[in-house]
Design a protein. Structure first.
Length: 198
């Protein structure tokens, strides 16, 4: 069975993903929070706010896998490093109605995030993904977060029956500054392909 997701963001990443792809996103966000080089590329450290609105239970497994692979003590007996710049929230959200409160809450609890991840569009939208009015309001709310913090906003979204495009209204892709497809191939290799970059 192929699980497919899409990451839209205002850098609207289209994410066609299996759970391995979600682990890839989680890993990249942890590297941002830690300021570690990722696959030889320099990373600017910054706070990450991750809104886990769907599949929250799976985060414990992702965090444990990351911890086991990357957060090992330098010497035996020392505590493993922590990641204070990664903020995980599992509360429910109607982004259109709640984005002003979300911005205020982030300002209260954070310094200034470099990335806000909304996982998923479906769980943060009270309305229809196919409605031009609902999606225009959703995109406007996501832009408000981007403008408030000068940060990247990543929205994970499910694909439809046709797994080569985002599910719902085409305004999602039109608003994308970046769209990335992440697929797990038959041989188990997870690949990320930049499809749109403006």
């Amino acid at each position: 069975m192929k699980a497919t997701f899409e990451i839209l963001a205002i850098v609207a990443l289209t994410y066609f993903v299996t759970l391995n792809g979600l682990y890839l996103l989680f890993t990249v966000m942890m590297f941002v929070a830690l300021g570690w080089k990722y696959r030889g590329h320099r990373v600017t450290q910054g706070e990450v706010v991750y809104l886990a609105l769907e599949g929250r239970a799976g985060f414990d497994d992702r965090a444990e896998a990351f911890r086991a692979q990357y957060l090992v003590p330098d010497r035996e007996g020392e505590p493993a490093p922590t990641v204070p710049a990664f903020k995980l929230c599992g509360a429910s959200l109607d982004l259109i109605k709640d984005h002003h409160k979300l911005i205020a809450d982030i300002r209260t609890q954070s310094i200034a995030p470099r990335v806000v991840v909304i996982d998923t569009l479906n769980r943060s939208l009270v309305g229809s993904e196919s409605s031009d009015e609902d999606m225009a309001a959703y995109i406007k709310a996501a832009y408000a977060i981007e403008e408030a913090f000068g940060c990247l906003v990543v929205v994970i979204h499910h694909c439809g029956v046709n797994d080569n495009r985002p599910r719902g209204h085409t305004s999602q892709t039109g608003a994308a500054e970046v769209q990335i497809a992440v697929r797990k191939e038959a041989d188990g290799v997870v690949t990320a392909t930049v499809e749109i970059s403006q």
